[in-house]
Ligand binder design. Structure first.
Ligand SMILES: NC(=O)c1ccc[n+]([C@@H]2O[C@H](COP(=O)([O-])OP(=O)(O)OC[C@H]3O[C@@H](n4cnc5c(N)ncnc54)[C@H](OP(=O)(O)O)[C@@H]3O)[C@@H](O)[C@H]2O)c1
Length: 212
């Protein structure tokens, strides 16, 4: 059975992915801080490892017998990217799915691009851009995912843009991003070496429709 480790497994997108994978022939290692927050639905297919992605030691310990790393992290994202890459190399794991954000290449056009900078500059966007560079320079079989602004709608409705394309739309559901991640875990030869923008079609505008 293929084995995936989910880093930041208490994250909102990560928890949707975990649920989606439960019906598949996949073993999941759920790596998170403060593990008492998670309850296993199917101990045959899931196990929990408590740790922090700011610790190379924790990551290396957790990455035993793993085929795919799905990183759904936040916080000290550059340090985490460096540690994830180092741990994967040490444990000879090649396939990485890395959740990033829109705007890291200045690929978001027009007024929405300006608004996105206003909201995210000052540390967040810069560090996510830096972390993506670490992943892209890693030599690993990575897929970087750049979601639009996220909402919790129960819908799967998305389209993709490549790194060299202008970002489309303003918003997307976490369930949609989870669907993409799940599809890549099930078919990991897809989207190797790509950085994918993810948005809900026909949501162009100056900001997400739900944002006041
Ligand atoms: N909000 C948006 O509109 C938007 C748009 C595009 C991209 N994004 C990015 O998309 C990513 C995933 O989104 P999401 O909604 O799933 O985020 P989320 O619920 O905030 O999940 C991020 C997870 O990262 C974990 N984490 C942070 N530092 C860690 C560490 N050192 N070790 C282990 N885990 C750590 C957090 O763990 P704890 O639970 O322990 O804190 C949290 O569970 C985030 O990076 C977010 O910034 C967000």
């Amino acid at each position: 059975m293929k084995k995936v480790i989910i880093l930041g497994a208490h994250g909102k997108i990560a928890q949707i992915v975990t649920r989606q994978l439960l019906t598949e022939d996949i073993k999941q290692t759920l790596f998170l801080r403060n593990s008492a927050r998670l309850r296993l639905e199917d101990p045959e297919k899931e196990s929990i490892v408590e740790g922090t992605a700011t610790s190379l030691f924790d990551l290396e310990q957790a990455m035993t017998d793993v085929d795919i790393v799905y990183a759904n992290l936040a916080g000290k994202i550059v340090e985490e990217a460096q540690n994830v890459v180092a741990a994967m190399k040490a444990k000879n794991v090649k396939r990485l799915i890395w959740i990033s954000t829109l705007g890291i290449y200045d690929e978001v056009p027009g007024k929405y691009g300006e608004w996105n900078h206003e909201q995210l500059d000052g540390g967040y966007l810069e560090s996510y851009a830096e972390a993506a560079k670490v992943i892209e320079a890693s030599g690993l079989d990575y897929t970087i995912i750049r979601p639009a602004w996220l909402d919790d709608k129960d819908e799967i409705d998305y389209e993709l843009t490549n790194k060299d394309e202008t970002f489309k739309g303003t918003e997307v559901s976490r369930t949609s991003v989870a669907d993409l991640v799940t599809k890549i875990i099930l078919d990991p030869k897809e989207y190797i070496g790509t950085s994918l923008g993810v948005n809900k079609p026909n949501t162009d505008g100056d900001k997400p429709a739900w944002y006041r």
